[in-house]
Design a protein around this ligand. Structure first.
Ligand SMILES: [Zn+2]
Length: 463
């Protein structure tokens, strides 16, 4: 194996278009071969020459690019017992994910170059998938942003507070953070919920009501809070020249605000999450605190609006915001239960479900977890089955159905908000840079992930 990866010849895989396309395409399945040399794709097409390459017979399974999850929390270092890269990256492979962008939201936050280097080395020894470690955009990290920029895909800014990290309500301070990120030449990825609105509604709906349940969560963390914060982030990015990716857009009005900025020509990207598409506030009685995530899961109308926003290009990606917590923590009273749910283990079956239900067309759904996801966080060589891209791919049987059982998933949390749901297309085999990384329901190695390849930082000219 070369430093970049292994070589492999994948023979006879069905193309995704032939599986998920229109009825007339179903009757004429297209079969593809993929030549991967030293970790990179050299050719994709029917009847390719194998040469000396090691053979992997796809046996009619369907092939898609390895998925890119733009937002996971593996809580390691710091809270390894809650997830850790060992379990987290095995879960990623289970979900067909070969690249993750990871957000540290527990101590130690990544605020210096030394801490970032240490974290990357820590993860390199443990991750089974390629990874990017986000650096935190907080006051403490300001002097180190330029030094961190070459090693991180983006700076993570919490405009609204969430599990583990407080929000930044002071617009003057936020402006300073955005300007500094722009000078350092790296994109800002933002958790957008307006901290002042959150505090007001929490006092009104949660603090004053000892019997409050998760049924009020979408009001305590409202669409209004998301909209205000997205508008603030867009405005600060515009004036500073910073590139902005709005993480986990959860509401129709939030997606509309991103769409307006994009129409004006500003570089803004956005992602949503599977739970905002497949669940709604109406699931609160059934799921209890398992539904408690930040931003909150909004109404069925918002879910429809977000599917439309993915389809029309206002929102680019579906990232899981995989945020595992022990079940006993989630069983606390609503006000005390931590926010977040795991789902990296299910990213491809959940995305495929959106296609099967007819909520997203196949091409859009696939793009939102592959090439558009990669582009939205400016990764190189990820997300496409095309010459020059990394040899990351997933083989799955679109007709294979399984019922979600949280206890059987690799994530340490051992519960799922999708428990009992029957999903199709579970990844059978996952290849990472030419190497088989997942086979027969288990990872094949203890590590092997590499830091994601990044563009050099591009400092904005700030007035
Ligand atoms: Zn998150």
């Amino acid at each position: 194996m070369s430093a970049r990866g292994a070589s492999l010849f994948v023979r006879g895989a069905r193309s995704f278009a032939s599986v998920a396309g229109a009825a007339h395409e179903r009757s004429t399945p297209a079969f593809l071969d993929v030549r991967i040399v030293d970790g990179r794709i050299e050719a994709v097409g029917p009847n390719l020459e194998r040469g000396e390459l090691e053979l992997l017979d796809a046996d009619g399974l369907c092939v898609i690019p390895g998925l890119v999850d733009v937002h996971v929390h593996f809580r390691d270092p710091g809270l390894e017992h809650v997830e850790g890269w060992d379990h987290g990256s095995a879960g990623a492979l289970h979900g067909g994910v070969t690249s993750v962008v990871e957000v540290q939201n527990n101590a130690p936050l990544t605020t210096t170059r030394a801490l970032l280097e240490e974290r990357i080395e820590h993860v390199r020894r443990r991750s089974r998938v390629d990874f990017g470690c986000l650096a935190n955009l907080v006051e403490a990290s300001l002097p180190e942003l330029a030094a961190m920029a070459p090693l991180t895909p983006a700076f993570k800014c919490f405009l609204g507070g969430s599990t583990g990290v407080g929000g930044q309500a002071d617009e003057g301070k936020l402006r300073e953070l955005f300007q500094a990120a722009a000078r350092a030449g790296r994109m800002i990825v933002a958790h957008c919920e307006d901290e002042t609105t959150l505090q007001r509604d929490k006092a009104r709906l949660v603090d004053s009501d000892p019997h409050a349940t998760v049924a009020v969560h979408h009001l305590a963390r409202s669409s209004e809070a998301e909209l205000r914060s997205i508008e603030t982030a867009i405005e600060l990015a515009r004036e500073s020249g910073a590139l902005l990716h709005v993480f986990h857009v959860s509401s129709q009005v939030g997606a509309d605000a991103v769409a307006r900025a994009r129409r004006s020509g500003q570089w803004v990207r956005a992602s949503t999450a599977p739970h905002f598409l497949l669940l709604s506030n109406e699931d609160a009685p059934r799921l209890g605190n398992l539904l408690k995530v930040n931003p909150s899961v909004k109404t069925p109308g918002d879910a429809l609006g977000l599917c439309a926003a993915l389809s029309d290009g206002a929102v680019d990606a579906i990232g899981t915001d995989h945020a595992p917590h022990p079940l006993e923590f989630k069983q606390r009273a609503y006000a005390k239960a931590p926010s977040g749910m795991p789902s990296v283990d299910l990213l491809w079956p959940l995305t495929f479900e959106l296609v099967r239900r007819g909520w997203l067309d196949a091409e859009c759904a696939l793009a939102s977890v592959t090439w558009r996801a990669a582009e939205s966080v400016r990764l190189l060589r990820k997300g496409r089955l095309a010459r020059g891209f990394d040899g990351d791919l997933v083989l799955f049987d679109p007709d294979e159905r399984r019922t979600v059982r949280g206890a059987a998933l690799p994530s340490r949390s051992k519960w799922s908000a999708y428990e009992g749901l029957e999903l199709h297309g579970w990844p059978r085999l996952v290849v990472r840079r030419g190497e088989i990384a997942w086979r027969n329901g288990a990872p094949t190695s203890l590590a092997g992930g590499r830091p994601l390849e990044l563009e050099p930082p591009q400092p904005a000219r700030v007035g």
